[in-house]
Design a protein around this ligand. Structure first.
Ligand code: NAP
Length: 309
């Protein structure tokens, strides 16, 4: 019998307990799934950053900490966490992100807002270009960025991407490293941010990189708030260099009521809902790693503590 601590708010336990127990049973693992157990007896911790658990020192038997979130910036620097840390890669989370990103990309590509918000009832017969003439760039070609790139390519958008290490993905123009960023940005009529929040990615979108984008470009950020230098983006929006932005994540969440983003008609604020981990599919991923831990096999989706993601 193994002991799994569910270190997350109680309302999440209600959503995850049944799928977790079901997946464990299907894989033939006998386990207690609990929110409260003596730390020294815990074999695995399923972890949400909104948990109160911050000191991992007493979890002496724990073989791995399994994050419910894809982004691990709130836990990766925790010095008491010496156990392997795995991030969440979940097909439900991925599909949700693809749908959200494709939806907002099509919205900007087709100019949908101009018809929804049309107080003058003006009759503008301007046909949007075809997707094949609308270059899109995705910063971050990981589990989520790559899935969005593939979906947008299937709609005929010419997609470029940028990652830390070199990549070859069929149908996508791949750039990497600091040298590749400018090339990735210069064609970006629609820019999508799916990078993790690390010291290296902070303010990747700043006054200088914004000017490397074509005039009138739009930005969609479901990645993390600190990727953007907010003052620089506000200035680029006011000058019209960036025509619109849809922002799902912020340095401070909830976004304070008096934040200038709320005031601008060309900024859409969404409350960190681009995609969420889905209990049914996530439970299978968590249990796969528990099976691996029990068999001494390498864990999936291990966080690189030096790179920070
Ligand atoms: P991932 O698989 O770890 O991919 C991260 C990507 O970013 C990789 O392609 C990586 O390059 C690239 N990258 C990291 N540091 C870089 C740097 N310094 N320069 C250039 N590229 C860099 O992560 P994911 O699962 O796709 O998730 C991405 C992020 O989405 C998460 O970290 C989280 O912040 C965010 N997210 C948001 C929501 C939401 O609802 N808003 C939901 C889930 C996730 P390599 O490929 O070379 O490693």
């Amino acid at each position: 019998m193994i002991n799994i601590l569910f270190a997350a708010p109680p309302e999440q336990f209600e959503l995850y307990a049944a799928p977790l127990r079901q997946s464990l049973a299907q894989r033939g693992i006998q386990a207690n799934v609990t929110m409260d157990y003596p730390p020294a007896d815990i074999d695995y911790v399923v972890y949400s950053p909104s948990s109160t658990l911050q000191d991992f020192t007493p979890y002496t038997r724990c073989k791995a900490v399994l994050s419910l979130w894809a982004g691990v910036e709130k836990i990766v620097g925790n010095e008491s966490l010496t156990q392997p840390l795995c991030r969440m890669v979940d097909s439900g989370l991925r599909q949700g992100m693809v749908e959200w990103v494709v939806g907002h990309t099509l919205r900007y590509h087709l100019g949908i807002d101009q018809h929804i918000i049309n107080p003058d009832r003006s009759w503008r017969e301007i046909h949007p270009p075809l997707a094949r003439d609308r270059p899109v760039t995705i910063l971050g070609l990981g589990a989520l960025g790559q899935a969005c790139a593939v979906a947008l390519t299937a709609l005929n958008f010419p997609v470029s991407g940028w990652s830390r290490r070199s990549k070859h993905i069929h149908g996508i123009t791949c750039h990497h490293g600091s040298d590749g960023l400018q090339a990735a940005l210069q064609s970006a009529e629609i820019l999508i941010l799916l990078l993790p929040d690390t010291p290296e990615t902070e303010h990747v979108i700043n006054a200088q990189t914004l000017m490397q984008m074509p005039r009138g470009a739009t930005i969609i950020n479901p990645g993390r708030g600190p990727l953007i230098d907010d003052a620089a983006l506000l200035s680029a929006l006011e000058q019209g260099h960036i025509s619109a932005a849809c922002l799902d994540v912020f340095r401070v969440e909830p976004l304070p009521q008096d934040h200038p983003y709320w005031q601008l008609p060309n900024v859409t604020v969404t409350p960190h809902i681009a995609s969420g981990t889905r209990p049914a599919t996530a439970a299978e991923v968590l249990v796969e790693n528990i099976v691996r831990g029990e068999n001494g096999a390498p864990f999936l989706h291990l966080v690189d503590r030096t790179a920070g993601y």
